[in-house]
Design a protein around this ligand. Structure first.
Ligand code: PLP
Length: 451
């Protein structure tokens, strides 16, 4: 039986739910990354590194809440904190101690965080960071990098898509304020020297799309220097890397001091939440004028669910647990073992491609001309054009279906681990990987195959 037919046969309840969903939800999904043909798998419950679909299959989960679940699903301490808080009220319409504790933890862990403002998502965090930068400098334009992903608001979607398609529904005026550059330090230097209207440069700390195209070594430090010299603010997007790469994120590992940092995902322990953190004078633009002091700039910021008590409870519980770095070390070690094992299977089966990544993330690249690495790879040794081109979408789709049939749920072009993924999870994933690749080969769906 072919991969797609087997998938359809094994998942009748997911199929039925997808049919219902399509009647009321565009394409039956609520996030573009969850779209899958012929239909996505629907999940009923999750615990630790696993989740169970509506047809009763157990899946090793590498979506991990799109990266939010460094501690795995339904971590007992986080769950207890959320349940306890739910019983005490979910919205006070007033300040509360948990939001203060949450902010103290962020400022204690993230080196550049002198102050913080909570939002409801990573998208809102990058939106606010760019607004603060514009308000502080009085300049309208921002620089972003090709294919770097910062959420879905109007100022960051230019050149964020791999298919190169133009973003729809965004006024030319908004797009006109965004300068898209390649990841090339000379191009940044030249742009910042020649244009005087740039408020900030925003960059994904992992490199484009959760490390799909990693940043060259030393790039962030050089970028920080160029921005400082040009008087342009540096906004580091640590929505994925924050608290995951290390308790203090990439900035702690690389010794880079951004002016503003966007945070989300691990920050809120698996509940909705984001934050802008950074220089006290910049965050101070959100503050009300002191009585008797001259009125300066005041950036407005409402938001019904900012620092809502449930997210704050989960965030505090999670940040306390990850503050010493042990969960990050465990998750990264497991991810390294997985990347090495997956590369060894590629070499064994003589399939062109590589599995690479940083920290607890892995990326899959199946492409002709790519030699499987001997061991782990951070991606910097792989050819740039292959990294940028990625795996053919049909190959990736069939790989998703074949892996789900073998009990593994991938995320996009790879996956994300937690501290509770076990060596048994890794061993089972490697078996699934081998079998799935053989199934793709049988269908002529691997690079170089004639389908
Ligand atoms: C680097 C980065 N920035 C921003 C965002 C947007 O965050 P959210 O989905 O919470 O809006 C994401 C989401 O995946 C991300 O990966």
């Amino acid at each position: 039986m072919g991969i797609e037919a087997e998938y359809a046969e094994r998942h009748p309840n997911s199929r039925r739910l997808a049919e219902r969903a399509r009647r009321v939800l565009p394409s039956g999904v609520t996030h573009d990354a969850r779209y899958l043909r012929p239909f996505p798998v629907a999940v009923e419950r999750a615990a630790g590194s696993r989740k169970w679909d509506v047809d009763g299959h157990e899946l090793i989960d590498y979506v991990m809440g799109h990266g939010a679940l460094l501690l795995g699903h339904a971590h007992p301490v986080v769950t207890e904190a959320v349940v306890r808080q739910a019983q005490r009220g979910t919205h006070y319409g007033a300040g509360h101690e948990l939001e203060v504790r949450w902010a103290e933890l962020v400022c204690g862990l993230v080196p550049s965080a002198e102050a913080v403002r909570f939002t409801s998502s990573g998208t809102e965090a990058t939106l606010m960071a760019l607004r603060l930068a514009r308000a502080a400098t009085g300049k309208p334009a921002v620089v972003k990098f090709e294919r770097h992903f910062h959420g879905w608001h109007d100022y960051v979607v230019a050149a964020a898509r791999y298919d190169g398609s133009a973003p729809a529904g965004i006024p030319e005026e908004a797009l006109g304020t965004v300068v898209v550059l390649p990841v090339d330090i000379a191009a940044v230097r030249e742009t910042l020297a020649s244009r005087k209207d740039i408020a900030a440069v925003i960059v994904e700390a992992s490199g484009a799309s959760m490390g799909t195209v990693p940043l060259p070594r030393g790039f962030l430090r050089e970028l920080a220097g160029i921005c400082r010299d040009a008087g342009v603010l540096l906004v580091l997007d640590e929505v994925v890397t924050g608290f995951r790469w290390a308790p203090g994120g990439v900035q702690a590992l690389e010794g880079v001091r951004p002016d503003l940092t966007a945070l989300a995902k691990v920050l809120a322990g698996g509940l909705p939440g984001g934050a802008v953190a950074g220089r006290a004078d910049l965050l101070g633009l959100l503050a009300f004028p002191e009585p008797g002091k001259p009125r300066g700039v005041k950036v407005g910021h409402p938001g019904t669910f900012n620092a809502n008590p449930l997210s704050a409870a989960a965030g505090v519980a999670c940040l306390q647990l990850v503050s010493e770095g042990e969960p990050q070390r465990t998750a990264s070690a497991r991810a390294r073992a997985l990347r090495e094992g997956m590369n060894s299977v590629l070499r064994d089966l003589d399939i062109p491609g590589a599995v690479y990544g940083q920290a607890s993330v892995f990326r899959i690249l199946l492409r002709e001309g790519v030699e499987p690495p001997d061991g782990d790879s951070d991606g910097l040794d792989l050819p740039d054009d292959a990294l940028a081109a990625g795996t053919e979408s049909e190959t990736l789709r069939l790989l998703h279906l074949a892996m789900i049939c073998r009990g593994v749920h991938l995320f996009g072009n790879g996956g994300i681990l937690s501290a509770v993924h076990t060596s048994e999870d890794i061993a089972r994933t490697l078996e699934a990987w081998r079998e799935a690749l053989l199934a793709l080969r049988a269908e002529g769906a691997l690079p170089g195959d004639d389908a």
